[in-house]
Design a protein around this ligand. Structure first.
Ligand SMILES: [Cu+2]
Length: 219
């Protein structure tokens, strides 16, 4: 098992979440994987039983019960649960309510530019390196300077496209400090595969210090 899952960790793993949105996505991934696995085993057991049993008379369970239960009631319950969970976790990645920090993201062929709030009139901008504070709600206003790209930090949450002429906003909330990695998730030309960036999640005070330091260097 550890051999099979050996490639699933690391700084870009959606299965090792370090953010609220990614944790929601990882939870539903495991729930669906285990749920469908159990269901498949159960169905396989029924199938084996049907094929190999000696008594060929119809089962005692009514076909009506099986059809209504398996064809109407079960899908209704599963789809309703998925819908409620999906809407709730989807909303947590939308800019609803005040954010603690807003970062302007601009995608270029083939790099990323990140613009942080001004500090005493100095504008801090980084390229291919995104610095964030832990435990804060952060809105990313995502723009593109040329073609369609897609902003994605798998350990933090879902991905959102950068579309010419539009600003798309994604909210992420890092829950762990550390160094992670993001990647453009929309084919955008010859160097698309190289359009990755580092993500550094700091303690809040360390982030403030970093921002001050960068602003000081700009002056
Ligand atoms: Cu791109």
């Amino acid at each position: 098992m550890s051999v099979l899952l050996g490639g699933c960790g690391g700084p870009m793993s959606a299965l090792e979440p370090a953010g609220q949105g990614a944790a929601d996505i990882a939870w539903i991934t495991w729930a669906m994987l285990i749920g469908t696995g159990v269901f498949m085993l159960l169905m396989s057991a029924f199938w084996l039983h049907a094929v190999y049993r000696r008594d060929k008379r119809p089962l005692a369970i009514g076909t009506r019960f099986l059809l209504l239960g398996g064809g109407v009631v079960l899908p209704l319950i599963v789809i309703t649960l998925l819908l409620v969970y999906g809407v709730r976790s989807g909303h947590s990645m939308l800019p609803i309510g005040e954010a603690d920090l807003t970062v302007e993201v601009t995608a270029f062929q083939w790099y990323w530019e990140f613009e942080y709030p001004e500090v005493d009139g100095a504008q801090v901008v980084t390229t291919d390196e995104l610095h964030l504070p832990v435990g804060q709600r952060i809105d990313f206003n995502i723009l593109t300077a040329d073609v369609i790209h897609s902003f994605w930090v798998p350990v933090l949450g879902g991905k959102v496209d950068a579309i010419p002429g539009r600003t798309n906003t994604l909210r992420l909330e890092p829950t762990h400090t550390g160094r992670f990695r993001g990647q453009c998730a929309e084919f955008c030309g010859a160097l698309h595969a190289h359009m990755a960036f580092d993500v550094v999640v700091h303690e809040i005070e360390d982030f403030e210090d970093w921002l001050q330091e960068q602003a000081g260097a700009q002056r």
